[in-house]
Design a protein around this ligand. Sequence first.
Ligand SMILES: O=C(O)c1cc(C(=O)O)c2c(n1)C(=O)C(=O)c1cc(C(=O)O)[nH]c1-2
Length: 245
Amino acid sequence: MTTDLDAPWTRAEFEQRLRDKERYYHIHHELHVLMNTGQVEKPVIQGWVANRFYYQTAIPLKDAAIMANCPDRDVRRLWVQRIIDHDGTQGDEGGIEAWLQLGEAVGLTRDDLLSHRHLLPGVRFAVDAYVDFARRQPWEVAASSSLTELFAPTIHQARLDAWPEHYPWIEPKGYAYFRKRLAEARRDVEHGLAITLDYYRTRAQQERMLEVLQFKLDVLWTMLDCMWLAYVAKRPPYHNVGGRP
Ligand SMILES: O=C(O)c1cc(C(=O)O)c2c(n1)C(=O)C(=O)c1cc(C(=O)O)[nH]c1-2
C-alpha cells in the first residue's frame, strides 16, 4: 500500500510509468492485430468503422465536459482546439466528417454511421462511461485520461502502412482521418502530459493516475471485445435468441 508519505516519482519516472501502460493499449487487442495484418473480411472492417464512429461523436462531448469544469482560461484556449479538430470549421470540416468519409471509403453510407444502427450496446456503454467520467471528475483528472493518445500515433501509422496493401478495396480518401490525427494526437499529448505531470504530485496521486489511465485503456479494450465477439466470433448480442429485436 502506498501513502502520501512515499516519495513521489520524479516527472521523468512518472512519465515512464505512464508510457509503460502501452502494453495494455488496444493496438494489442486481437481484433486490431487481425485487422492490421490483413486477416479480416470487409464486414469486420465495416463493423469497426461504424462502431468507432460513436467514439468519434463522443470525443467533443467529452472535451466540452472537461472545459465546462475548467476555470482556467489559458487551458481552455488550448483545449478548445480538440473540439474544433473533430467538429471542424468552415473550410476544414474536421475529424467527424473525415470519419464519415472513411465510412464511405469502406462501403457504408453516411446514414449507416449517423443513425448508429450498427452500434453494439457494449460499445455504447463503454464510450458513454468515458463521457460520464469526464463530466464527474475534476477537469485535470479527466484531461489526464486522454493520455492513451500517447500511443495513438503508432496505431494510426500502422493502419496507414498496412491497410492499403491488405484491403485494396478501401478508397484512399478513407485514410485522411488517420493521417490528420498523427500531428493532432502529438500536440494533444504535449498539453495533456503537461497538465498531468503538474497535477499529480504525491506518490499516492501518481498511483491514482495510473488507475485513471487504466480506466481509459479499459474503455478502448472493451469496445474491441464487443466488436470481436460480434464480428469475428459472430456472436452479436442476442445471437442465440434470433438476433436483435
Ligand atoms: O484510433 C485509435 O486507436 C485512437 C485511439 C484514441 C485513444 O487512444 O484514446 C483516440 C483516437 N484514436 C482518436 O482518433 C482521437 O481523436 C482521440 C481523442 C482521444 C481522447 O481521449 O481525447 N483519444 C483518441
